[in-house]
Design a protein around this ligand. Structure first.
Ligand SMILES: Nc1ncnc2c1ncn2[C@@H]1O[C@H](COP(=O)(O)OP(=O)(O)OP(=O)(O)O)[C@@H](O)[C@H]1O
Ligand SMILES: [Mg+2]
Length: 592
């Protein structure tokens, strides 16, 4: 073996150690059971060798010497051995299955925790399919692979060591031949490793695309039906299936020759042993018992070698899954609490929010907000109006610190936003999103998310204020009506009111309403407006609306145009501005 080969091998093994270190936190809590599982696999591996060893005295004493008195016990020994091996096998499978599942579970927990901690910027760039793959499938592949592989390796090592001992006991000459050939049988593995890695990586990306297609077929079923997109989606899907098929075949092509080739190389060993062994027996160098026992041990030894080609593929697969998993675990949410200082806990909201030259873009190419500056005092209602895509929702995203600012500062009660603990910041804000998400479950459960500790009285108050009373009364099971995934059985306006009730129940000092009444009819909107006015007397409110009637009474109206504030003032002030943007918007809406 050349020097470069040696270093390569070292590098390979150190990577193995890095992987084992990475897996350690998940193994640690159940380490004793893992050890027990591995200990149980030792006898399973060694019993093969005992059977082979036993063949020598059997051959020499019973078959060759024909001492019939000795063979009475033989059937009992065979059955006895098999029973012992069977019991150990069962225990090993059970205990190792338990540890593998437990480790998978531990990894999934930690990965899901990580997933929940990630910022919107991560989800903007990731598909649902790859989230499923990276955070669930990989965990299974990695941990099952770990346990199965370690188990296999332990069994094999003990089986190999004890079988080699049997070989040596019977004939050292034949052992040399066998081990040499065995070594050659492993050579092909070096050639396929790299190619396999490439194929594996491509497969993961195709498989996660497939999951995304399924998710879209589910979530987008109405659009698909209404626009007759079935054929298009089918083509899409067929394309991915074709790719997945080709990759599977590429993997097979690259690996399926391994086992047969290893098998063939092994057969050279067996052939050599039979040829040379016969010679040794004839010469009386070894007994025929030695020869048979040797052959049995050798064949047992080559069995794992034959199967190891297949195993190698699964080992590589699980190692790659581990690598991807570690990468996910290493992800740091782009928005997180300050690490070099203790985050400030925001307790309530008392004075003011200052936007100081805030600039922001979702990527480096496009600025969405440019030098936004304004101040909101506690108890004020601020309205954000302006063109679609102008940056209103973005501004709110920044206030919630869903994204980090590019430059400038947002200051709440004297604290810069990034100095605040994220949890305490978000506790002070109740938001109704432009596109609200309702969870599968009941109306009650969805509203209670605003404040899981709320009592029945608070709940029904929130329901009334959100003008949901009538809606709820219309359902046979009232608040306990199951609304389906994403609230599918509710109308757009009903969903919006559930979201409003959730926000009301949260009872936070800062309230954000992003087009919170856009799906309501004029009458319901007026009612809701009244409820807001009552409820929100002491609250600080950000309201975004295209319908200007909703924002007329705001203390301050900000007009955003393509990411810049172009006007600030009250409704009356803005209407008095000659050629003002707000005035023009108003005139268009109220021309009728
Ligand atoms: N997650 C995102 N990633 C990248 N770009 C985004 C993202 N969200 C919004 N944008 C872009 O930012 C700009 C401002 O969007 P924003 O949602 O803030 O507009 P808006 O004023 O709320 O519009 P509307 O009145 O239609 O709701 C748009 O050009 C939009 O394409
Ligand atoms: Mg918006």
């Amino acid at each position: 073996m050349g020097i470069s080969d040696k270093t390569k091998k070292l590098a390979g093994s150190s990577k193995f150690i890095v992987k084992m270190k990475g897996m350690w936190p998940f193994v640690k809590p159940i380490f004793p059971k893992v050890v027990l599982g591995l200990l149980l696999t030792i006898p399973v591996g060694m019993l093969d060798a005992l059977i082979a060893l036993f063949l020598k005295p059997y051959m020499d004493n019973v078959m060759v010497a024909k001492e019939s008195s000795n063979f009475i016990y033989v059937p009992f020994v065979i059955v006895g051995f098999t029973i012992v091996q069977g019991v150990f096998n069962f225990l090993a499978v059970y205990v190792n299955g338990w540890t593998a599942n437990k480790i998978t579970l531990n990894i999934k927990r930690v990965l899901f925790e990580k997933l929940l901690s990630l910022s919107p910027a991560f989800f903007d760039k990731t598909t649902s399919g790859s989230v499923f793959f990276r955070f669930s499938k990989d965990a299974e592949t990695a941990s099952n692979g770990l346990i199965n592989n370690v188990k296999t390796i332990v069994t094999r090592v003990f089986s190999i060591v004890s079988l080699v001992a049997v070989l040596l006991y019977n004939s050292w000459q034949l052992t040399i031949i066998s081990i040499f050939v065995l070594g050659c049988a492993f050579l092909p593995l070096y050639f396929v490793k790299k190619r396999m890695k490439m194929v594996f990586e491509k497969s993961v990306s195709v498989e996660s695309d497939l999951v995304t297609v399924y998710n879209e077929a589910f979530a987008g079923n109405k659009t698909i039906t209404s626009y007759n997109l079935q054929n298009l989606k089918m083509e899409n899907f067929d394309g991915l299936l074709g790719k997945s098929f080709n990759l599977k075949m590429a993997l097979l092509k690259n690996t399926s020759w391994l086992s047969p080739v290893m098998h063939i190389i092994s057969s050279f060993g067996v052939a050599g042993v039979v040829f040379f062994g016969t010679y040794l027996v004839i010469n009386d160098t070894i007994t025929s018992g030695n020869f048979v026992s040797f052959l049995a041990a050798l064949i047992m030894l080559y069995t794992p070698v034959k199967s190891i080609g297949q195993q190698f593929v699964s080992i590589q697969g699980s190692f790659m899954a581990m690598d991807r998993m570690f990468k996910m675990l290493d992800l740091k949410p782009s928005v997180r609490d300050a690490e070099d200082r203790t985050p400030v806990e925001l307790k309530g909201f008392n004075k003011e929010i200052i936007f100081d030259k805030v600039s922001f873009g979702y990527d480096n190419f496009k600025i969405v907000l440019k030098e936004i500056s304004f101040t909101v005092k506690k108890g004020e209602t601020v309205a954000l109006v302006g063109n679609s895509g102008g940056g209103k929702t973005t501004l709110i995203n920044l206030l919630m610190r869903l994204y980090n600012l590019k430059s400038g500062n947002i200051i709440i009660d004297g604290h810069k936003l990034w100095q605040l603990s994220l949890k305490s910041l978000r506790e002070q804000i109740a938001i109704v999103f432009q596109d609200n998400f309702l969870f599968s479950g009941t109306i009650r459960e969805n509203i209670m998310l605003g404040n899981p500790n709320a009592g029945e009285e608070e709940l029904s108050r929130a329901v009334d204020m959100a003008c949901l009373g009538e809606v709820v009364a219309g359902f046979e099971r009232g608040l306990d009506t199951v609304i389906g995934e994403r609230g599918i059985i509710l109308s757009g306006g009903q969903k919006q009111r559930v979201a409003v009730a959730r926000a009301i129940l949260k009872n936070a000092p800062i309230v954000i309403l992003d087009e919170a009444t856009s799906a309501l009819d004029n009458k319901s909107e007026k009612e809701l407006q009244k409820a807001f006015d009552n409820l929100m007397k002491d609250k600080t409110i950000f309201v975004i609306a295209h319908r200007l009637s909703t924002v007329q009474h705001a203390d301050k109206i900000l007009v955003l145009d393509n990411g810049k504030i172009v006007e600030i003032g009250t409704h009356d002030e803005l209407l008095a501005t000659e050629n003002g943007v707000y005035k023009q918007l108003y005139q268009i809406q109220f021309k009728a």
